[in-house]
Design a protein around this ligand. Structure first.
Ligand code: GLV
Length: 321
């Protein structure tokens, strides 16, 4: 029997699978674990399930000890995991792709609808009991049909977003250094363009790339200036891909029409400038937040840890980016 540590609360599907084979030490408080508690909790672990709120670096891995074999991140993004530090210690790192693809694309699409059709703004009017009256010109938004979506990062979630956009009658352009697998874009009529070109032509720029040193502040002052003044930004990927100060400046200057954000640069803090703006929709990182998807993520992370503990290959090791 090995010791599996789970650093935050996860759905029972994951815990039950782990407990069936191993001893499990899990953080049970509703409060997110502190760094000090985390370093204490992981001591002696053979496998660790982490959430994106935990920083898995050399200190974390050393606190666990040399017997550690696998860190299974319960998220598709793994910018919280120092993969070279894991490799240097012979620790396998895994993530949870695929199981959250559709749910996260739903969130991105929801943000796009909310911001372009001003649904958040309308809801706030009703909730604040501000007087309102149906009117021909009241709270007009931008229709999506016939508009162009620019997808930055045509991975699984980007493609799922493109499918939704296609169903809504949008034209699709995308920018990605990698080429999507053959057939993955069938029926989408998606055109690959340079990133600069995408910024020029898109009515909605939607971010679906991983957060890496190369994508830090990918969207900054210059990029906002290159977008149409009528265009919107949607970010359901990672906060620091966007320079939040530059975004606030661009919105204030009317360089872009609005933004829908599920993630923030200094999460959970949100730039105060964004809070004041009605043309901005803000969600508290709900990308994969459905009961079904979170259960599937916990199960997949547990299956990854169990496979490594059995001496098998993990199902979804992190891919080199
Ligand atoms: C959520 O943000 C994830 O990366 O799974």
């Amino acid at each position: 029997m090995a010791l599996v540590v789970v650093t935050n609360r996860i759905p029972a599907e994951g815990l039950d699978a782990l407990r069936a084979e191993h001893e499990v030490r899990a953080w049970e408080s509703e409060e997110c674990i502190s760094r000090a508690d985390c370093l204490e909790l992981v001591k002696g672990a053979d496998a660790i399930l982490t959430l994106l709120t935990e920083k898995v670096d050399g200190e974390f891995l050393d606190a666990a000890g040399p017997q550690l074999k696998v860190v299974a991140n319960v998220a598709v993004g793994y910018n919280n995991v120092d993969v070279p530090a894991c490799e240097a210690r012979g620790v396998i790192a895994t993530n949870t792709p695929k199981v959250l693809t559709e749910t996260t694309a739903d969130t991105a699409f929801g943000l796009m609808l909310m911001v372009t059709r001003r649904f958040g703004e309308g809801e706030r009017i009703i909730r604040s009991q501000t007087p309102w009256q149906w009117g021909m010109f009241y709270l007009l938004g931008m229709g999506l049909q016939g508009k162009t979506i620019g997808i930055v990062g045509m991975g699984q979630i980007g493609i799922a977003m493109a499918r939704r956009a296609k169903a809504f009658g949008m034209d699709i352009v995308y920018a990605d250094d990698a080429t999507p697998p053959a057939g993955a874009l069938a029926g989408l009529d998606a055109r690959k363009v340079e990133f600069d070109k995408l910024l020029n032509v898109a009515d909605v720029v939607s971010l679906h790339c991983p957060y890496l040193p190369a994508t830090h502040h990918l969207m900054g002052a210059e990029e906002f200036a290159a977008m149409k003044r009528t265009a919107y930004l949607v970010n359901s990927a990672r906060g620091p891909i966007v320079d939040e100060n530059a975004l606030v400046e661009a919105l204030r200057a009317g360089e872009i029409a609005g933004a829908g954000l599920d993630v923030f640069e200094q999460e959970p803090a949100v730039h105060p400038g964004l809070l004041e703006m009605d043309n901005v929709v803000l969600l508290p990182h709900l990308g994969s937040a459905t009961t079904e998807t979170r259960a599937a993520m916990a199960q997949l992370a547990a299956d990854n840890a169990l496979a490594v503990l059995r001496g098998d290959a993990p199902l979804t090791p992190v891919t080199k980016l």
